[in-house]
Design a protein around this ligand. Structure first.
Ligand SMILES: C[S@@+](CC[C@H](N)C(=O)[O-])C[C@H]1O[C@@H](n2cnc3c(N)ncnc32)[C@H](O)[C@@H]1O
Length: 282
């Protein structure tokens, strides 16, 4: 487990500005619905290979009526959230150049995660890797078994030009992670990692926590806003999937302000959550 150096990094990362809240009662209610009022067994019946192919072709149009209908049947499986990402390109609403910047806090956070993982021979899957900035930082730390899942084709071109050495060694899969995870063998990656509004945006009809946990042999690292997009009781879901929370940095005040604050969209709302498989496998 992390030593003194890591502890001081933690202290640095938690600044006074990291005040966030548990969320309002509205967020709490959404967490209840997203965690407990879903029918994940519908997924394989409703979402077929052809649906993934349609979204990946970038030609899917979603009518207003369909959007309204999907609001009513909140539990109905869907992958339309990915539509905008798939179409990402230079100058588009989702542009891969928005995901190349590396600031000091990102470097420090990845270094901290590297310390927690320890063994440099462990493989790392970045779910929603975009242009590969985090895989690049892991490579600089000495990890070289690197993998990425990403829906935005244009991101791979940015990856190739911005981080060519990482691009060369990484195994990249172009597709929706819902499909890629389902197709991945159990315990296939040592570490599963995700950063940003990535898994938060997955509609709760897909059992994302169960799938991330299934494909991870050892550790799952999430750098996420626990209260935004499709919020759920993340740690509860990981525990159910057999993973314990072994390390966390949450925005200051997150516990103290429970259920009393508003849905602040502060820039400092991100948690670092590290989960470890409770029963180790060979
Ligand atoms: C907020 S960005 C974060 C990117 C990256 N983690 C980073 O911080 O540089 C979310 C990423 O997830 C990808 N994404 C969103 N939905 C996806 C899906 N269903 N399957 C695969 N990738 C998806 C997007 O294309 C985008 O690259």
């Amino acid at each position: 487990m992390p030593g003194d150096e890591v502890r001081s990094l933690v202290a640095k990362l938690i600044s006074d500005r990291t005040l966030s809240s548990f969320g309002s009662w509205t967020v709490f209610g959404r967490k209840v619905v997203n965690t407990f009022c879903q029918l994940p067994f519908l997924w394989p019946w409703v979402i077929r290979d052809i649906d993934y192919a349609r979204i990946m072709s970038g030609t899917t149009k979603i009518s207003f009526l369909k959007r309204v209908a999907l609001k009513v049947v909140w539990f109905w499986p869907r992958i339309i959230e990915a539509n905008l990402w798939v179409k990402g390109a230079k100058g588009a609403r989702k542009d891969p150049s928005h995901f190349v910047q590396i600031d000091q806090s990102t470097t420090d956070t990845i270094r901290l995660i590297g310390e927690i993982i320890g063994d440099r021979s462990q493989s790392i899957l970045d779910v929603g890797c975009n242009s590969g900035r985090h895989l690049y930082l892991f490579q600089k730390l000495g990890f070289d078994r690197l993998h990425g899942f990403e829906a935005m084709g244009a991101a791979f071109e940015t990856f190739r030009t911005r981080f060519p050495d990482t691009y060369r060694v990484a195994t990249l899969h172009h597709g929706l992670w819902q499909q890629l995870l389902k197709e991945s063998p159990t315990c296939h990656y040592d570490v599963v990692f995700t950063w940003g509004a990535t898994i938060e945006t997955v509609h709760p009809s897909f059992p994302i926590v169960r799938e991330l946990s299934r494909v991870s042999r050892n550790i799952v690292v999430c750098v996420i806003n626990e209260h935004d997009h499709h919020p759920r009781f993340w740690t509860y879901q990981f525990a159910k999937a057999g993973f314990d929370l072994i390390f966390a940095i949450r925005p200051l005040g997150d516990e103290a302000n429970a259920v009393t604050d508003t849905d602040s969209k502060s820039a400092y709302t991100t948690s670092l959550l590290v989960y470890k498989r409770a029963k180790q496998v060979d």
